[in-house]
Design a protein around this ligand. Structure first.
Ligand code: C2G
Length: 135
């Protein structure tokens, strides 16, 4: 029986938008099983990110997406090697705003950086919301 290719990616995935979806779509297309490690609220503080939605809500949304097979928490920077080993990951995927940053995973799995979707970001969405409020 052919082993299913397992893909892993990490992120905050706050205020889900087409940039996130396109990343997840392309990541899933690389294999048959996609695990998403979602940054916890505590880890977001370490990343200097304040999310609109708490971890539990960001997790609820992603684990109910057809594209996503498994959701795990991302609690700190240095869990990736053990995650790749623990979940027998074949391909690690990140947007290319992280290009090179995770090459240390190359001895353990394939590392793929996918083009970041331009014209959309959580920050931009917050700005649009603020602008609408002014109307
Ligand atoms: N992304 C994208 N296009 C956008 C916005 C985001 O392709 N317009 C991608 C990012 O490159 C990343 C994923 O979507 O691969 C999740 O983005 P964020 O939630 O912003 O994740 P980030 O804060 O970059 O956290 O250990 C890694 C970090 O947890 C990554």
């Amino acid at each position: 029986m052919k082993k299913v290719t397992k893909v892993l990616t990490y992120g905050t995935f706050d205020v889900l938008h087409r940039g996130h979806i396109r990343l997840l779509q392309r990541a899933k297309a690389l294999g048959g099983h996609l695990t998403v490690a979602i940054s916890t609220d505590d880890f977001n503080l370490i990343k200097g990110k304040k999310s609109v939605f708490p971890y539990a809500e960001r997790k609820l949304i992603l684990e109910n997406m057809r594209l996503v097979d498994k959701v795990i928490p991302e609690k700190h920077w240095d869990q990736k090697i053990s995650d790749v080993k623990k979940y027998k990951i074949d391909i690690f995927v990140m947007g290319d705003d992280w290009r090179g940053k995770f090459d240390f995973l190359k001895p353990y799995c394939k590392v793929v950086y996918l083009k970041r979707t331009t014209g959309i970001s959580t920050t931009q969405i917050k700005r649009r919301m603020a602008a609408i409020k002014q109307l």
